[in-house]
Design a protein around this ligand. Structure first.
Ligand SMILES: Nc1nc2c(ncn2[C@@H]2O[C@H](COP(=O)(O)OP(=O)(O)OP(=O)(O)O)[C@@H](O)[C@H]2O)c(=O)[nH]1
Ligand SMILES: [Mg+2]
Length: 466
């Protein structure tokens, strides 16, 4: 990782490549303070994704990390020896470090120290493809840097206020902060411009009023593979963390109905909050969905799976999607044995067992989606004036099984609509009995009352309208 003057990567690339001898140029010693078992598998995976080799591991069992140096004095000595012995040139900490801890660790060890948020930010930076993704990551990195600048300088500020303390150092601090803030403001403006095109796309989708389903889940759970398997899409899939950063939406057909399925960025334990903030627009796709498919990796061991499920719950809560209707999809069941399957079935009786890889359970996912969304459907009768013909096409895209009949006042449509569409087409509600108490104040005498006319022409309307 290249480090800026303030101790943090800018457009850093942890992956400094492999040296001539085939060894990763960066070899990290992983450290953690914990009271329970420490599993370095995930940190190792993060480092591997970032192109860094793992040279060794060191755990300190302790209630709280040391406030000044993260590790206690004895452990610090041990770490120093381990760095020499394992020929490491970097220390990777499985926690967020305070600027003070980081500075003291670096001073004591003589090698760069990076923490978990910095590694995650670095991976995001190298995986971002779209203009929006890149801007969002840069914003998160700057926010992270700014927070650390504040921390780094508090010790200097404490000196302030007396003669001799207003020197170039303080001026530099102010300059750096201002530069960072200016850059953040400029980034936000550019992001707003980039986002306006996304909101046009969203408005178009909303006009279509198709039910929206979002895939959510831990990174590498198989969300993109599932999107591809369900919709025939060819979204990128790789066995690495945070492969997907930009959302992709595809249509999913089932039983004559069309749904929109969106794949977005995956989550992880201790996802840096700067990323959650910066990716707010991307995560909005999840928050606004009618249904979430929480995809989890069933092949993970029981404890890891439980941790991953609760990490996803925590992020969903954080982004305001905690209350969304959702289905739990246990993916990668091709990789577990019958005994584990049984255990999982007992623990998660409502979960859908799936293998996005070999296709097992996909029909069940489609059926459960349809059922979950059907619960929110209402049968309505609409009278659409001929001047609004395009609306009938839109309605047909929402419910291809709708029935229509031409009347002197317009097209009488009987359809089953999800809540968002119901709102949009409320102005066309006729006073038919199937519309319940909706808009009783506006009876439409010209609309036929009967909604059960078996002769109604159930014509296929061109579904080209969005
Ligand atoms: N055995 C098995 N592997 C799977 C299955 N589904 C996905 N995988 C593998 O899991 C890895 C990650 O799959 P992705 O679809 O990229 O996972 P993701 O959740 O989109 O991951 P990110 O975008 O990185 O958050 C790939 O190597 C897939 O081939 C499955 O059902 N069974
Ligand atoms: Mg993906």
């Amino acid at each position: 990782m290249q480090r800026s003057r303030h101790g943090r990567s800018e457009q850093s690339r942890l992956a400094a490549g492999i040296d001539g001898g085939g060894r990763a140029a960066q070899r990290a010693l992983c450290v953690a303070v914990t009271t329970s078992r420490e599993d370095f598998a995930e940190l190792s995976e993060l480092l591997r994704t970032a192109g860094v080799a793992v040279a060794g591991e060191l755990v300190q069992q302790r209630e709280q990390p040391h406030p000044n140096s993260y590790l206690g004095r004895g452990k610090l000595e041990e770490l120093k020896l381990a760095i020499d012995r394992q020929d490491a040139n970097l220390v990777a900490c499985d926690d967020e470090l305070t600027p003070r801890q980081e500075r003291n660790l670096e001073a004591a060890l003589g090698v760069p120290v990076i923490d978990r948020p910095a590694i995650i930010l670095d991976i995001f930076a190298s995986h971002a493809n779209s203009a929006e993704g890149k801007l969002q990551v840069e914003l998160a990195q700057l926010e992270y840097n700014l927070a650390r600048m504040r921390g780094l300088w508090t010790h200097l500020e404490r000196l302030g206020g007396g003669i001799g303390t207003r020197g170039p150092g303080e001026t530099q601090i102010e300059t750096d902060r201002r530069l960072a803030r200016d850059r953040i403001a400029a980034l936000r403006r550019r992001l707003a411009r980039v986002r306006s095109s996304r909101s046009i796309m969203r408005r178009e989708r909303e006009r279509a009023a198709l039910p929206e389903i979002a895939l959510a889940g831990y990174t590498n759970a198989g969300k993109s593979t599932l999107l591809n398997a369900l919709t025939g899409a060819a979204v990128g899939v790789r066995d690495r963390l945070f492969h997907t950063l930009d959302p992709s939406t595809r249509t999913l057909m089932h039983d004559g109905r069309t749904f929109l399925l969106t794949d977005t960025v995956g989550f992880i334990r201790k996802l840096p909050h700067q990323l959650v903030d910066a990716f707010a627009a991307t995560l909005e796709e999840t928050r606004r969905a009618d249904l979430l498919l929480h995809v989890a990796d069933a092949s993970a061991d029981a404890e890891t799976l439980a941790e991953m499920l609760s990490a996803v719950d925590a992020v969903l809560d954080e982004i305001g999607a905690g209350e969304q209707p959702r289905l739990l999809v246990l993916n990668k069941v091709d990789a577990i044995d019958d005994e584990r399957r049984e255990e999982l079935g007992l623990r998660h009786p409502d979960a859908i067992f799936v293998s996005a890889l070999n296709g097992e359970g996909l029909d069940l996912v489609r059926a459960r989606i349809a059922t979950a969304l059907r619960d929110g459907l209402r049968s309505v009768e609409l009278l659409v004036p001929y001047s609004e013909g395009a609306r009938v096409s839109e309605l047909h895209a929402i419910d291809s099984a709708l029935q229509r009949r031409d009347t002197p006042d317009g097209v009488l449509v009987r359809a089953r609509l999800p809540a968002p569409a119901l709102e949009r087409y409320a102005c066309f509600l006729s006073a038919g009995p199937s519309n319940g108490a909706q808009r009783p104040e506006e009876p439409n005498p010209s609309a036929p009352r009967s909604s059960g006319d078996g002769n109604s022409a159930s014509t296929t309307v061109g579904s080209s309208g969005q």
